[in-house]
Design a protein around this ligand. Structure first.
Ligand SMILES: [Zn+2]
Length: 245
């Protein structure tokens, strides 16, 4: 293929632009900032679940305390009633003995219930402290997630603007170049990833391999408007005064 040497030199803009575009695409896929944003979002969900779990346990414990208090209250009412009966002096000696037995067993029952209530209150206290810790952990997780999301948003915006600018530049370059040269570049690039490079210090600018002396002779003797290709990678080797031929 033939192409004006100046067009060939302009063609070098494409691999540079394409390389940078590929770098940016790779960054979007592999960015640590993006990974951190995702991780911190997941940490917020976990922290929220922990907090909801702890708050649910508090509600359960509060219900248990209410129940225990009601049980204690029931026993106390029974004790009061028994005591009134005793105090009224209306009971027979047999009834009085029975009531005294019952009062003893009610006292034991009340002590047991109060122990239970105490245990639940201790659990509640622990759970309240767990909730406070979980709230702090969640606040921290939310702050981390906000920071990480903002950092990735900033970088994502930068990547997006740079990509738009590069794509515009690429379109401008392509518009200036002969269509067949661009088509050849795209064809080679689709196959090997690299379509063209500057020939310099007897090395192909795409695969960086050194040309054999016979190959170098071939390239030197080729007319300036001949599009020469690398024997190794197939890429277009652009010759400029920089090539040092
Ligand atoms: Zn090559």
């Amino acid at each position: 293929m033939k192409a004006d040497p100046q067009a060939q030199e302009q063609l070098l803009e494409l691999p540079q632009t394409d390389h940078r575009l590929a770098q940016l695409r790779r960054e979007v896929e592999t960015s640590q900032l993006k990974a951190r944003a995702k991780e911190t979002r997941a940490a917020v969900v976990t922290a929220e679940e922990t907090l909801v779990g702890a708050r649910t346990q508090i509600k359960d414990l509060e219900r248990e305390i209410t129940r225990a208090e009601q049980d204690v209250q029931t026993v106390r009412s029974r004790v009061d009633r028994d005591q009134q009966t005793l105090d009224s002096g209306a009971a027979t000696p047999k009834q009085m003995t029975d009531i005294q037995h019952e009062l003893q067993s009610l006292a034991r029952r009340q002590a047991e219930l109060e122990d239970v209530e105490l245990e639940i209150m201790e659990s509640l206290e622990q759970m309240n402290s767990t909730v406070r810790d979980a709230e702090q952990a969640m606040d921290q997780a939310r702050r981390d997630a906000q920071e990480a999301a903002a950092a990735w948003d900033r970088r994502e915006d930068e990547i997006a603007s740079e990509t738009v600018a590069l794509e515009q530049h690429r379109a401008d370059v392509v518009a200036m170049l002969p269509a067949d040269l661009v088509a050849l570049y795209e064809k080679i690039r689709a196959r090997s990833g690299l379509g063209a490079g500057l020939l310099r210090h007897a090395r192909c600018g795409s695969c960086q391999l050194e040309l054999s002396s016979s190959d170098l002779d071939r390239v030197r003797s080729a007319p300036a408007d001949e599009v020469v290709r690398c024997e190794e990678c197939g890429a277009i080797m652009v010759r400029t005064p920089e090539s040092g031929l």
